[in-house]
Design a protein around this ligand. Structure first.
Ligand code: MD3
Ligand code: FE
Length: 213
């Protein structure tokens, strides 16, 4: 249960349809880190190659019915992990429930994630401004959970040149991105040299739950 009286639990509508649920996953955060470790034992974090031939500075893995992969052929959701040739680890029940209740709290009662993409950032890792367009149905929101070291999230508009606003995302923060903001450009500023968390050190994890298939 969330402590509704704690000062750091506040909800902000950071754009139409996009809700920052500050500290929403704080109580489950250490359990989630254990689940991430278990997923990564089966399908390790890897730095994907972009179609343009650059290696991404963040590392990815995933769980659920499929996960997002990138190589010289392009981006896609794949039901098999190309590294192992096996299906991705199953999405833990506790994760699916957290994503569903967060989506509900933000006004998306029908959200059922089939994919969870895991991003791992170390000092200097970043993610350039992009749109998430590889999912089938843009009417479903995306739910993100931040764990570990804090970072600055860049939230742009529907056009690449729209100036992004900056948001600090910390351990346990959840953001639900839906409605008119679903296709906005977004990215992550380089993980700072001093960014750190007692449970992860200088590492940040981000879980994004998607209805992708
Ligand atoms: C806003 N990850 O995996 S999560 C990604 O922090 C991605 O690892 C970032 O962008 C990260 O694609 C940001 C927040 C997020 C995810 C999807 C969005 C914000 C979004 C889709 C539309 C608008
Ligand atoms: Fe994205």
């Amino acid at each position: 249960m969330q402590d509704l009286f704690a000062e750091d639990n506040a909800n902000f509508e950071i754009a139409p349809g996009a809700w920052l649920l500050k500290g929403y996953a704080a109580a489950q955060a250490s359990d989630l880190l254990v689940l991430i470790e278990q997923i990564a034992e089966q399908s390790p974090f890897r730095q994907h190659m972009t179609p343009g031939g650059h290696r991404m500075s963040s590392a990815q893995t995933g769980c659920g019915a499929a996960s997002w992969v990138s190589d010289r052929r392009g981006y896609r959701y794949d039901r098999l992990d190309p590294e192992t040739g096996q299906p991705w680890p199953a999405m833990p029940q506790a994760c699916a429930e957290l994503a569903c209740t967060a989506a509900q709290a933000a006004g998306y009662p029908d959200f059922i994630p089939d994919v969870c993409l895991l991003n791992q950032y170390t000092t200097g890792s970043r993610m350039g401004l992009h749109q998430d367009k590889d999912e089938q149905d843009f009417s479903a929101p995306i739910v993100s959970v931040s764990l570990g070291a804090e970072m600055t999230f860049l939230f742009g508009g529907p056009l690449r040149n729209d100036k992004p606003s900056r948001w600090k995302l910390e351990h346990g923060d959840v953001v639900v991105w839906g409605g008119p903001s679903r296709l906005n450009f977004h990215g992550v500023a380089p993980l700072g040299k001093r960014a750190s968390h007692p449970l992860t050190g200088a590492v940040r994890y981000n879980l994004t739950f998607r209805q992708a298939l």
